[in-house]
Design a protein. Structure first.
Length: 430
């Protein structure tokens, strides 16, 4: 579940130049990966405020990499020049000269599951790459993770998918890199892959990134809407006798929180994931906290659930998040409990939820052009799926989504006093 987590800063404090620079670097990393800033806060002030909400089940620390003096390019950084890595809680953080801030890093770990893991995110201003700064942040992030008792690090990068020829063909392109878990392949020579491989990470799994594009075109928007209605109607005879669909604009009602927590916990165990990953336990309180955090960030929750007739118990759900200031809603989790599959509930809830979001988009279209309108209409809807999740890919394609790229999940493991791209068991078996 892609939920933005909070960090320990003062929500009421003014945005310092250092925080402005952090925001700019973070935004640049998103644009470099996805080609747009749909997933970002609209400005540094809202970004700063959004990160003031703490999560009770995870910890995140952020850092800025600071040059010893003002520099204009990587050539200005002499080999071995001292650099500073400033933590966001440090007293000097807000006083940093933004012209000397060349990169950012975040280290995150969960507090209620996967206690062996940390997540690392590193970004260096393109003008200063090639001087070893990225490697310095990776090493620093590893040290921070290890100090917290985390011996496995996960990182994600945008990647270029590659075809995988059938066995017995004329040989595979040496650039093809296959994951440890699941299907698919990426180009090992493109994007950030060479750097991540050089840094001692191994490819764990691949997610496809897809989009429903060009929604500002009236004809395309009409076709998408008509297709969603057609699919919703075709699915109805398979489920409507035993289930009813319910749309939730916002968080779950109090009487559904416990059932939602059970669904979320089962979801994290059921979806494709890396080797050794543990399910994330959810409670009613955690579900409520998560929804409240999301809405406090100016993100609207559009959720459709399928409930058993009679009991009213939810057995399937799908969610789309849409930030008020963004033109790109994101299709998030879709899941159906195992004992309720085969009724086309997944297709039904996704089609219905898409129609609800398109109705919300109509309101934004009607308000477009008004002086006080800060809610742009949708240009696209984006989503992710594990490469091997063929069933969900088929549903997305029926709705009009097209693959536009891939995200690579990388892992690094600490044992024998060093970090390795493979697990200790795999290395010793080899």
């Amino acid at each position: 579940m892609r939920v933005p987590q909070g960090v320990a800063i003062r929500a009421e404090s003014a945005v310092s130049p250092a925080w402005q620079r952090y925001y700019e670097l973070h935004r640049a990393s998103v644009i470099e990966a996805f080609g747009n800033s749909d997933l970002m806060s609209a400005d540094a002030a809202s970004f700063h405020a959004n990160h003031a909400h703490l999560s009770s089940t995870s910890h995140e620390a952020i850092y800025l990499l600071v040059a010893p003096r003002t520099v204009s390019s990587a050539h200005d950084l002499a080999s071995g020049s001292p650099i500073t890595i400033a933590h966001e809680d440090a007293a000097v953080f807000d006083e940093l000269d933004p012209a000397r801030i060349l990169g950012r890093c975040s280290v995150e770990w969960q507090l209620d599951s996967n206690l062996h893991k940390a997540w690392l995110d590193v970004y260096i201003d393109p003008a200063f790459r090639g001087a070893g700064l990225g490697s310095a942040l990776v090493a620093f992030g590893r040290d921070e993770a290890l100090a917290a008792g985390r011996t496995e690090i996960e990182a994600w990068t945008f990647a270029t998918p590659m075809a995988t020829p059938d066995a017995g063909g004329g040989g595979e392109d040496p650039r093809v890199l296959r994951p440890h878990v699941g299907t698919g392949a990426i180009d090992a020579s493109a994007d950030a892959s060479p750097f991540v491989l050089k840094s001692g990470f191994g490819l764990e799994m691949i997610e496809r990134f897809s989009a429903l594009e060009n929604l500002t075109d009236a004809e395309i928007l009409a076709r998408v809407r008509a297709r969603a209605r057609e699919l919703a109607a075709s699915a109805a005879p398979h489920y409507e006798q035993d289930y009813e669909l319910r749309y939730l604009a916002g968080g779950y009602p109090a009487d559904m929180l416990a059932d939602a927590a059970q669904m979320y916990t089962e979801f994290t165990a059921d979806i494709p994931h890396g080797e050794g990953d543990e399910p994330t336990p959810f409670t009613a309180q955690k579900v409520r906290e998560q929804d409240e955090q999301i809405e406090s960030r100016g993100i609207r929750i559009h959720r459709t659930i399928a409930c058993e007739r009679g009991s009213g118990r939810p057995v399937a759900y799908t969610t789309i998040y849409w930030r008020d200031t963004s033109a790109g809603p994101s299709q998030e989790d879709t899941w159906v409990r195992r004992d309720h599959r085969g009724r086309r509930l997944g297709l039904a809830i996704k089609a219905e939820n898409l129609l609800r979001v398109l109705s919300a988009n109509d309101e934004r279209l009607a308000a477009a052009g008004k002086a006080d309108a800060r809610r742009p209409p949708a240009t696209r809807i984006i989503t992710w799926n594990a490469d091997e999740n063929a069933h969900m890919w088929a549903i997305n394609e029926q709705l009009g989504f097209e693959a536009v790229g891939a995200e690579a999940c990388w892992r690094s493991f600490y044992y024998d006093d060093a970090w390795h791209p493979q697990r200790a068991s795999a290395t010793r078996e080899d």
